[in-house]
Ligand binder design. Structure first.
Ligand code: GLU
Length: 289
């Protein structure tokens, strides 16, 4: 490639970057505005799961329930209260595991709270408020399953998880003897488990607790440990547009409020039977990355 060709191409690339940056500048949002701009406008689009009872569930009457729904609602209302704005109207969008970063990057949602573990590769694509909850990867098995009680029993077994999730990645990296089947949603894994098409479902204990509570007597949760430690740490964050630091700070302040006024415990008691798999976390502390 000669210099006369490269120079204009470089200039064009620089111009494109400048345009993109200015469109995303200030609140860090796209055309629709970042999280804070949307809250101030009175209309905010938020992403969560639609098929995870206790965490993010769209009910048959189209209302939304679950801990993530309550946390996100609290956060946007608390941000509004701190600034003297009205509570915004929330539009919910379904955000399956594999699509979360893209939906944030495209500006299709202003923020996502969807059992969304903060990890290094995701933190390159989006920014995170939180963490607001710590849980661990576990297994769901049929209640009549007697042969699976820990990691050592998984060799040669068929495990279901979801594309783009941290538990699926962990199985691929750490358990090469396992046959992993990846579905788009955990609810389809639950049906495969019920029908005997897979031997176990692996994801966060919080999510598995929701499915177990939905079908009493059908399933059991198996905790996973390695060298006496939890197999993984899943720190749930609220994803926003990359480098929207104003939104991250505002979310973390709201999460502090949520802990200190007792709302988090209230949301856990309301949504998570027996508080299965839930520990409090430390908003703003990303030292685990
Ligand atoms: N927390 C894990 C993750 O973010 C599993 C749950 C999920 O897929 O939403 O990948």
């Amino acid at each position: 490639m000669n210099r006369t060709f490269r120079a204009p191409a470089a200039a064009a690339a620089a111009a494109l970057t400048a345009t993109t940056l200015s469109a995303c500048g200030g609140d860090g949002g796209g055309e629709s505005g970042g999280l804070l701009a949307q809250i101030e406008s009175g209309q905010v689009t938020l992403g969560t799961k639609y098929d995870q009872p206790g965490l993010g569930l769209r009910e048959s009457d189209d209302s939304m329930t679950g801990l993530d729904v309550d946390v996100l609602t609290y956060v946007v209302n608390s941000i509004a209260d701190d600034r003297g704005w009205e509570h915004p109207e929330i539009t919910w969008r379904e955000t399956p595991s594999a699509q979360r970063e893209t939906l944030i990057q495209n500006g299709e949602v202003a923020a996502i709270g969807a059992t969304y573990s903060i990890n290094a590769s995701r933190a390159e694509a989006v920014s995170f408020g939180g963490p607001y909850l710590l849980t661990h990867q576990a297994l769901l098995v049929r209640a009549d399953e007697t042969d699976i009680s820990g990691l050592d029993d998984l060799d040669g077994r068929i495990l279901c998880s979801v594309t783009g999730s941290t538990p699926a990645q962990k199985v691929k990296d750490a358990l090469p003897g396992v046959q992993l089947q990846e579905y788009d949603t955990y609810s389809s894994c639950v049906e495969a488990l019920r029908n005997g098409n897979v031997d176990a479902l692996t994801t966060d204990a919080t999510i598995l607790g929701g499915y177990a509570a939905q079908s009493p007597g059908d399933f059991e949760i198996v905790e996973l440990e390695q060298d006496g430690q939890p197999f993984t740490n899943e720190h749930y964050g609220i994803g926003v547009m990359k480098d929207d630091n104003e939104a991250v700070d505002a979310i973390n302040q709201a999460l502090q409020n949520m802990y200190s006024d007792g709302s988090f415990q209230e949301f856990v008691d309301k949504n998570i039977e027996g508080g299965v798999g839930v520990s409090e976390d430390t908003p703003g502390d990303l030292s685990f990355l």
